[in-house]
Design a protein around this ligand. Structure first.
Ligand SMILES: [Zn+2]
Length: 360
């Protein structure tokens, strides 16, 4: 079912985790469930096996190793919603499995929290996104919104299918532009890629045409436009994106458009789903029972941890400190003022001693 060794760092650390409850099963078991090889009950058992192991491994490491920052990731909500979000309301077995995975995560969290020193530890539970169901997905005439289908129609993108495996891929030698990585369109520039076929002089016109085509698309069932915004790369800074790795065009869709998350706008909510991420913080000096009104960006979490724990910020850190979570947002300033006062008092005493001209 899974490998229990050969993947740890520092090398061999996983040997210490072999005897723990649960198993480090890989997320591929979700595909077994989606393929119908295992039933929902077995899926729930596998999810719990994974979360149990994660909780036990966390507990072991927290108790037995020296650490200043412990972080971990539990993936089951992501895979579960990709696979089943559109059936939660209609299939009681799936609804039940959803409740079970939250119970399982709660047990994991409880297990971890039982070994930390609550007076000295800041705890953050966060997610990088949520998920939404797809409108009309069960309608016989439903058509998923695909930017590559639009580009194919425009003659800009060529998709080829492997006759044996059936796997679809982009034929870059005949593609001028393609949508990849959820919300990006890349222009296949000669000056940028070895397989490039687009001259730099064509770039701007091509982008304008593609942006227009995405905006022009109308959902055949609802008559609505799927795109909230379609931006040129250099304008994507208004949503915090920039640099070499982003697409030449960046787009964001309404939450009810197909696909559980990735290309939908992060404020989106639809039906039983929401794309908003989760953020919970707890610890000494952190307000209790308070709901944050301000927006929390994923990039805010690292500087907030660094501020709270007096750790140096990573060189690429861009976010802001979530001052509103602290009982006293100026606690660092007050701490430094106290240090300065103490220093000055000691300095005064020292200076007074220095000016004594005689010894007793
Ligand atoms: Zn996902």
């Amino acid at each position: 079912m899974c490998s229990q060794s050969g993947w740890g760092f520092p090398r061999g650390i996983e040997k210490e985790l072999e005897k723990l409850d649960g198993l480090p099963v890989p997320n591929s078991f979700f595909y077994s469930a989606l393929a119908g090889w295992i039933d929902m009950e077995t899926l729930s058992e596998l999810i719990d096996m994974q979360n149990t192991w994660l909780g036990e491994a966390a507990r072991y490491l927290i108790k037995n190793k020296e650490w200043s920052l412990f972080f971990m990731h539990a993936h089951c909500p992501d895979h579960f919603y990709h696979g089943y979000i559109n059936d939660i309301e209609t299939d009681p077995a799936i609804e039940n499995a959803e409740r079970k995975f939250y119970n399982s995560l709660d047990r994991m969290l409880g297990n971890i929290l039982s070994v930390i020193d609550e007076n000295r530890t800041m705890v953050i539970v966060t997610s990088d996104h949520g998920a939404t169901p797809t409108e009309n997905i069960k309608h016989p005439e439903y058509k998923i919104f695909g930017v590559n289908a639009i580009l194919e129609k425009m003659g800009l993108c060529r998709i080829v299918q492997d006759p044996v495996t059936g796997v679809k891929d982009i034929d870059w030698t005949k593609t001028k532009a393609a949508a990849i990585l959820s919300c990006y369109v890349f222009i296949n520039l000669k000056s940028r890629y070895p397989h490039g076929i687009v001259d730099d002089s064509e770039y701007e016109n091509l982008r304008n045409e593609i942006i227009k085509a995405i905006y022009d698309y109308t959902d055949p069932l609802t008559g609505r436009k799927p795109a909230v915004f379609v931006l040129k790369k250099e304008d994507a800074r208004i949503i915090g994106l920039y640099g070499e790795k982003i697409g030449d065009i960046v787009y964001g869709l309404y939450p009810e458009i197909g696909g559980e998350h990735g290309r939908q706008i992060t404020t989106g909510e639809y039906n039983i789903g929401s794309l908003k991420g989760l953020f919970i913080a707890k610890g000494p000096g952190i307000k209790k029972g308070m709901k944050l009104e301000r927006t929390v960006w994923l990039t805010d979490i690292v500087p907030t941890i660094c501020y709270a724990l007096n750790l140096p910020v990573p060189a690429q850190c861009e976010g802001g400190i979530l001052y509103q979570i602290f009982e006293d947002p100026d606690f660092r300033l007050k701490e430094y003022e106290k240090f300065r006062e103490n220093y000055e008092r000691i300095k005064r005493i020292f200076d007074a001693e220095k000016h004594l001209t005689h010894n007793y």
